[in-house]
Design a protein around this ligand. Structure first.
Ligand SMILES: [Zn+2]
Length: 201
């Protein structure tokens, strides 16, 4: 790939010939690189987020982190209601589409609104996954896989730390950011030793 790329640039520079393989797309995303910062409809200062999010919520949503499997508060949460983005409050998932995937992370087979989540190719850790991001504020949520149950066949594998919950019957719930998470422990554990076999998220 690299060789092809260089030769491609070389050839096109010399001959000024536009060849199909020379599309700028080759330059777009080096493997493993963090994607360039996109502009989202809703923005928060990093200072503000550090104040109101737990360290794990911040790590997951702003640094594309992953909480350890089976540690999130919503993994086995079965109440009826809506799951919202912990950063901006956008409604993302309904409890009606939540299912037990056995992965250790909250899993949903569909979105509440189709455009509420943005999908992006993620080539980190030497594999190709589809990252799910809040379309409003760009918070990292988790990843999307194609091994979910019918009818969609999709599995949105989402960190609890990215989510807040609005119970069905509550007129207004407390701020999702106020929920306490006791799992700050794994903030440092994301660094590699843990995750060899745990790539589901
Ligand atoms: Zn959001």
């Amino acid at each position: 790939m690299d060789v092809l790329f260089r030769r491609c640039v070389f050839v096109s520079a010399r001959l000024a010939v536009s060849r199909a393989v020379c599309r700028p797309a080759l330059l777009a995303a080096p493997l493993g690189a963090r994607r360039t910062k996109k502009t989202w409809p809703v923005n928060f200062s990093q200072e503000d987020l550090k104040k109101r999010l737990t360290p794990m919520q911040y790590h997951v949503t702003q640094e594309q982190g992953t909480e350890s499997a089976f540690t999130g508060e919503f993994t086995h949460h079965k109440d009826e209601g809506s799951y919202v983005c912990v950063v901006c409050g956008a409604v993302l998932f309904s409890s009606n589409t939540k299912f037990d995937s056995g992965s250790g992370w909250p899993s949903f087979h569909d979105l509440l609104k189709e455009d509420s989540v943005t999908l992006t190719d993620d080539f980190s850790y030497g594999m190709h996954r589809v990252e799910t991001t809040c379309s409003q504020c760009g918070a990292h949520l988790g990843h999307l896989f194609d091994d979910g149950p019918k009818p969609t066949g999709k599995r949105y594998c989402i960190n609890s730390a990215s989510l807040g919950f609005q119970p069905k019957d509550a007129a207004s719930s407390s701020s999702p950011a106020s929920s306490t998470s006791s799992s700050a422990v794994e903030g440092g554990a994301a660094g590699g030793s843990v995750s060899e076999g745990k790539t589901e998220l």
